[in-house]
Design a protein. Structure first.
Length: 591
């Protein structure tokens, strides 16, 4: 069984365009500022859409029936679609056949499509019907409740009416080819789907997300002009937030669909499917990789729930010697294989694990534990780092308030009448702290030292050895020299044009005041907040050789020595359009 599952998941990966493992693509006519950029890029990453072969996406181009049937098939039935393609069926016919087999197209359908009309533009109202049919149905059949169940396919891929003795039944149709369906509520408040007089109970989730029986129509001025079949589809999509209408308050049902619009509607439908199926257990395969996508362990087959975060799953399956790397994303209903990202444990992290085990087993005292040198290479702020930089400790008395004890099994509010509630107690404790900043430029400068470190210089296309002079905290001078020596000796040979360390600033939080921060290649690694540059010009790793790469040697080596990178230390998001990033900045205390 395990072997069969592994083979099946491998096929899914191959046939679905790779899902999260697919390589990123860029298109010269699709800038990141385009309103549909995120959804088109997401569709491309799943193998749902492709460019035109000349490096363009043509986001305003018109979609045909063939395009959209292929897109839907690639999204919700990738194995069936690629199976047809592998059998020699052309992409247009494959999309049509899969859509018919899966019930996105119906026998005696009111949608104006056939094999001979696949090259015709598809309208917004017809896209709405297709998308409504891929949504999970309240009846549990897998089809939208606004349409009858599809007829099974014969060997040539065409849909046929089922024979009476094959166990299939078709839903009775009304004049437009749809079953007559309504949603009703009984005296107990339970909701029922009624299909031509047959009542089916709805689960709470189905009742919440299946508005096909809603009496209210979308507030679109041209909604009433649609026929009942299109209205039913649009009503469901509007209630789920998939369709929102145009700026003028219309839906524009007869309008043709642009590539950008089609991608956005499809990916919103994926979001709705994931919401409807959230919590459903699915079989998945996980590839364990590093920041460059290289394997760090064997593939894992496991169950997870739709909606689970990839970072949470990575924490479960982290291989020995590795930690979870930053990653976004959740398990989706349309993907069966994911890449979970990890980074190797640094030497300091290995030492911390060992020291933690020794302390828990009583082999070392707490004082010995906190004095270990791994704290000096641990990311972020800690007392051991402060002691190294500022050189002395001081004591401080603090008052600690503790809640009064309550007898076991008794709630604090359940004090017997006439009995005074116990008062909270206060105790005074003496704690040890370290200084956290210098108070004047004169005081700072007595603690600084100048270092000359080796770097690679870029002259034209050629790299050549050079040096860089930095002023840093004297307590870190030797460590800073070691960091740059390792960067210099790394095979990447990252070029460094400029850098700065200590500088007195009025911002007391800046680590540059303490000589514990370093900026590199300022123009090519800008400081940015919500997409707006504060210092520097840009950050384009992979294009500008001076831009620092998230998974590159500079970030890795600084981290191994306990220095945080401002590109990922604060905002928690890889997109520079969100939050605060300082791509030039490395800091010892993580500020």
């Amino acid at each position: 069984m395990k072997r069969k599952l592994a083979g099946l998941l491998s096929i899914v990966l191959l046939l679905s365009g790779g899902g999260a493992l697919a390589a990123d693509k860029s298109f010269r006519d699709l800038p990141s500022t385009h309103w549909a950029y995120a959804e088109i890029t997401r569709a491309v990453s799943h193998g749902i859409m492709n460019g035109l072969g000349d490096g363009t996406m043509n986001p305003d181009g018109t979609l045909t029936w063939a395009h959209y049937l292929a897109m839907i098939s690639r999204t919700f039935a990738p194995m069936a679609y690629e199976g047809a393609r592998s059998a020699g069926t052309d992409w247009k016919t494959a999309g049509y056949q899969v859509s018919a087999n899966r019930g996105y197209l119906l026998q005696n359908d009111f949608l104006p499509v056939s094999l001979s009309t696949l090259n015709e533009p598809i309208s917004r109202q017809d896209v709405a019907v297709l998308l409504s049919r891929v949504l999970p149905a309240a009846s549990g059949s897998g089809y939208a409740p606004d349409t009858p169940a599809p007829a099974p396919a014969n060997d040539n891929g065409d849909t046929t009416a089922p024979a009476n003795d094959d166990g299939y039944t078709t839903a009775p149709a009304n004049g437009n080819g749809n079953a007559h369906m309504t949603v009703t509520t009984d005296s107990s408040g339970d909701m029922w789907l009624v299909i031509d007089g047959v009542s089916i109970p709805l689960t709470p989730r189905q009742a919440a997300y299946n508005p096909s029986g809603s009496s209210s129509d979308p507030p679109l001025s041209d909604f009433a002009a649609l026929d009942s079949g299109h209205q039913a589809a649009l009503r469901r999509l509007y209630d789920l937030g998939i369709v929102r209408g145009k700026a003028d308050g219309t839906f524009g049902g007869a309008d043709t669909v642009r590539r950008c619009d089609g991608a956005v509607l499809l990916m919103r439908t994926v979001n709705a499917v994931d919401t409807l199926r959230a919590g459903e257990v699915v079989a998945l395969a996980f590839d364990l990789v590093d920041g460059d996508g290289k394997p760090v362990g064997g593939a894992i087959e496991a169950n997870a729930r739709i909606g689970d975060s990839l970072s949470g799953l990575a924490a479960v399956y982290a291989p020995t010697g590795y930690k979870v790397a930053p990653q976004d994303g959740k398990v989706s209903a349309i993907q069966s294989r994911y890449a979970l990202k990890f980074a190797p444990l640094t030497q300091a992290e290995r030492e911390e694990i060992e020291a933690d085990a020794q302390y828990r087993q009583g082999q070392i005292s707490y004082e010995e534990y906190t004095a270990k040198d791994f704290w000096l290479r641990k990311l972020g702020d800690n007392a051991r780092k402060r002691l190294l930089i500022f050189g002395h400790e001081y004591t401080e008395e603090i008052t600690v308030t503790e809640a009064a004890e309550v007898p076991e099994g008794t709630k604090a509010a359940e004090v017997p009448e006439g009995t005074e509630a116990p008062e909270p107690t206060q105790t005074t404790q003496t704690v040890t702290r370290t200084e956290i900043e210098y108070n004047s430029p004169e005081e700072c400068e007595t603690h600084m030292a100048s270092v000359e470190v080796p770097v690679w210089k870029l002259r034209g296309q050629q790299k050549s050895p050079g040096t860089l002079h930095l002023t840093v905290n004297a307590a870190l001078a030797e460590e800073v020299t070691a960091i740059f020596t390792e960067i210099y000796n790394d095979p990447e040979q990252f070029p460094i044009s400029d850098g700065g360390g200590y500088s007195w600033r009025t911002n007391s939080r800046s680590e540059h005041i303490q000589g514990t921060a370093i900026d590199l290649n300022v123009d090519s690694n800008y400081q940015v907040r919500d997409g707006g540059a504060i210092v520097g010009d840009h950050w384009t790793p992979g294009e500008d050789p001076y831009s620092i790469t998230p998974g590159g040697s500079v970030v890795r080596i600084f981290a191994e020595h306990g220095w945080d990178w401002g590109g990922n230390a604060w905002a928690g998001h890889s997109d520079p359009s969100y939050g605060y990033h300082d791509y030039m900045h490395f800091s010892y205390f993580g500020r």
